[in-house]
Design a protein around this ligand. Structure first.
Ligand code: GTP
Ligand code: MG
Length: 347
């Protein structure tokens, strides 16, 4: 059966609205991929076409492969607290932390290297299967050479590109083979089945992205997703406080901080959106009054209360990060379906 070269779905000519439709089987790309690549048409993108169970079955078809596990850099800060690694515990893993270009300017390469080295060290102590790791992004010119050298060092020929949806798996393979062969898009759920590509003496396998139930993206429609997605270098928004304050990221996130003495809070979110601050005692009124006006909103928001001694980094997957410094109580109001991750890393 012929499959789409962009997303892996079997091609068919009978159902115009169905996945894999092509007017004739001479075509290499399904209509969905064609429209997505040429017109940015996201109508047929959904995150729920492929289940994690199905993806696990794909992985199991390659028992001797090297698994290149690609992680979005913002997810990487909470990698130790994440259960993603459980799925790869019995596999040889080459870890790629991708999209480092979105990190703020003040996070030097050396600092980031140090932070991630520590995370990886702890992970390897627990799992022992990370053969190598690379930090990269789509602008990194040395990546291809470094990556192919690593494959040779690890004697890897069959290489499965795995990880969560939208981490940049298909983009990375396109970069390696220097062609726009695989379909990529800003929205998760682009790749639908495995796609095999022969390159030099390697066999690269692209796979659909694992759905993350703890990521806001899973619950935002495409319009809201576009407005909140971080794809450029983050310009952190910082605030100092000496009395209780509430901070709002529209209706997506609210952070109340009650400092013991002095504290500071920094938001790492999409630069186009500005954090609004009010006195803590006015926080509820502000939220009630403005909720209906917020283009960016979800409901319901659940509350996590944190007692912070010194500093803490809180990762809200798919939305960004919040760093709090200083002894305080913090109430994080975030999408009730999504877990928030408290990390001890110092950035
Ligand atoms: N800023 C930035 N964006 C990136 C980078 N790599 C990929 N992207 C973007 O991330 C989005 C997702 O890329 P894809 O390659 O489609 O991701 P995927 O992991 O194949 O996604 P699924 O097939 O849905 O699982 C696209 O908008 C890419 O342009 C990077 O290094 N930096
Ligand atoms: Mg893909």
């Amino acid at each position: 059966m012929k499959k789409c070269k962009g997303c892996g779905i079997p091609l068919q000519t009978s159902d115009k609205e169905g996945l894999g439709y092509v007017p004739d089987l001479e075509q290499d790309y399904c209509q969905r991929c064609f429209r997505l690549s040429h017109y940015g048409d996201t109508k047929h993108l959904k995150t729920n076409y492929v289940t994690n169970e199905k993806i696990r079955n794909i992985y199991n078809r390659y028992p001797y492969a090297l698994f290149v596990l690609i992680i979005d850099v913002l997810d990487a800060f909470c990698l130790k607290e994440d259960d993603l690694f459980e799925m790869f515990a019995d596999k040889d893993v080459l870890l790629i932390i991708n999209k480092t270009d979105i990190l703020p300017e003040n996070m030097s390469e050396r600092k980031i290297d140090k932070v991630f080295s520590k995370i990886l060290f702890d992970l390897n102590k627990r799992y022992g299967n990370i053969k190598a790791a690379l930090l990269t992004n789509k602008h990194e010119s040395r990546f291809n050479e470094q990556f192919l050298n690593l494959l040779d060092e690890l004697h890897a020929k069959t290489v499965v590109f795995a990880g969560r949806a939208n981490a940049g798996k298909s983009s990375l393979i396109n970069k390696l083979i220097n062609a726009k062969s695989l379909t990529t898009s800003i929205y998760p759920g682009t790749t639908l089945e495995e796609v095999e590509i022969a390159y030099k003496n390697y066999r690269f396998i692209d796979t659909p992205g694992l759905v993350d139930i703890n990521n806001y993206t899973t619950y935002l429609n495409i319009e809201k997703y576009k407005l909140s997605k971080i794809d450029k270098m983050i310009r952190p928004q910082s605030f100092q406080l000496s009395e209780p304050q509430s901070y709002f990221y529209y209706g997506l996130l609210r952070v109340d901080i009650i400092p013991k003495d002095k504290a500071s809070v920094t938001f790492y979110i999409n630069n186009e959106n500005k954090i609004h601050r009010t006195k803590y005692e006015n926080g509820d009124d502000y939220y009630q009054k403005h909720y209906c006006e917020f283009v960016l909103r979800v409901k319901p928001l659940g509350i996590s209360d944190l007692s912070i001694r010194d500093k803490k980094l809180i990762v809200i997957k798919g939305l960004g990060m919040v760093k709090i410094n200083g002894e305080c109580l913090a109430y994080i109001h975030s999408l009730a379906d999504c877990k928030i991750y408290e990390c001890e890393v110092d950035i």
